[in-house]
Write a new protein. Structure first.
Length: 200
């Protein structure tokens, strides 16, 4: 399955607003206070309370999680914890709390950022050029608007059932149903969009 188009939100400023630059200033402030040169990460982001969610805009660096993994991996490899910046240092504290004190809240952090965690797999995929990015970046097609939620539910239900022990043959039935319930039509619409885009 390809990686989805990364942009999931757009913000617009109404024409005639007295200070349209305010939204850019909000973006810059949020990024600076959490990941910038003068970041105060443990005050604004990694607190017992999700203070960052109070910001009216919540942008973040696109590869921040993978970058944190790279820092943690370098610290593991070299034994030098000084390579850890704010977010990576905070994550490593959670991992250490799990590994040394058995703190259960660190288990997920270790499974995500640990030596054999999710980001180690993403790193391998990236190094081997195995990441496939979705090429469709247009507005939803007519069939997507009508059928996407049905197809998403079908996908989630099928995958969950297989994970819970249902026969793997259910995947073949899922594929047939997906095509029949609108997948074929949606695919044709996307291919038409892509073909037209190539001509431009």
């Amino acid at each position: 399955m390809p990686l989805r188009f990364a942009t999931h939100q757009f913000l617009a400023v109404r024409k005639g607003v007295q200070h349209p630059e305010a939204i850019v200033k909000l973006f810059n402030l949020h990024l600076e206070k959490n990941w910038g040169a003068t970041a105060e990460y443990e005050i604004y982001y990694s607190t017992p309370y999700p203070a960052w969610q109070l910001s009216p805009v919540t942008p973040y660096p696109a590869l921040k999680n993978l970058d944190a993994y790279y820092q943690i991996e370098e610290a593991r490899r070299t034994g030098n914890p000084n390579v850890l910046k704010d977010e990576a240092r905070s994550i490593q504290k959670n991992i250490e709390a799990y590994l040394t004190r058995g703190n259960p809240s660190g288990w997920g952090w270790e499974r995500t950022y640990g030596p054999s965690g999710a980001f180690s797999i993403l790193d391998r995929y990236k190094r081997n050029n195995q990441l496939l990015y979705e090429s469709f970046v247009g507005a939803p097609t007519d069939t997507m608007i009508e059928k996407q939620s049905i197809l998403d539910s079908l996908t989630m239900d099928t995958f969950t059932n297989i994970i819970l022990g249902h026969p793997i043959d259910e995947f073949d039935r899922f594929v047939e149903e997906w095509h029949r319930l609108g997948g074929d039509k949606m695919t044709a619409e996307v291919n038409k969009w892509y073909s037209n885009k190539q001509k431009d």
